[in-house]
Design a protein around this ligand. Sequence first.
Ligand code: GCO
Ligand code: CA
Length: 253
Amino acid sequence: MSKFDLSRKIALVTGSSRGLGKTFAEELAGAGAHVVLNGFDTARLEQTREEMAAQGYDVSAAAFDVSDEAAVRAAFERFDAEGRPPDILVNNAGIQLRRPMLELGAADWQRVLDTNLTSAFLCGREAASRMIAKGGGKIINIGSLMSDLARVTVAPYTVAKGGVKMLTRSMAAEWAAFNIQANAIGPGYMMTDMTRPLQEDTQFDNWVRGRTPAGRWGKPEELQGAVVFLAFSASDFVNGQILYIDGGMTAVL
Ligand code: GCO
Ligand code: CA
């Protein structure tokens, strides 16, 4: 089998009913994988599943809350019952909350960490136990340029994404011996629903264009190649890494 072929592979992409997660799902399905879509909102998830199936993608849907330990365990037990635990896990689910820390409550802090970081641990743990039994697998965590750099008003997101970078290294430490490769990508400022308010803020838009060596926002499809590379066997000796896809932003002052 070619190093660049995902046919006969099962890929679970968390938070994939829209946004970057849906972009990753399309690319992995396009490379031959059967993609299990995931989201919290069952109706929106089913709509995305129908839309992608109509486009010819080989997809199914599993609605569960990735931050709820019991829900994650039950979902993976369903995958076992169907005889198709994921060979590839993309931990993409996440939320953003822009608020200064002095105005931030503990509940909101916890919600961001649970959705963006704990979810990757919970799904990673269930996926890894099956991958070990199957002789290996691929875990791709979606970090951020904020896995490395902070800015005002997004502390819980930044802390969570920093944790995603270190969780990725922890996964490599504990699971590389079982032929599991755990890596991350760190998107920069991409044109997504999450960043729309920022794109529409002229001052912020000018700042991004000036601070990014490429002088522009990234397009979601510019993240696809990295995710698919990390899903291919071509990346079997890459482990515990984070690849920033940010137009050069984290590389320069
Ligand atoms: C923000 C943005 C960033 C980007 C992304 C960059 O408020 O600064 O939401 O966090 O979304 O995380 O990778
Ligand atoms: Ca750095």
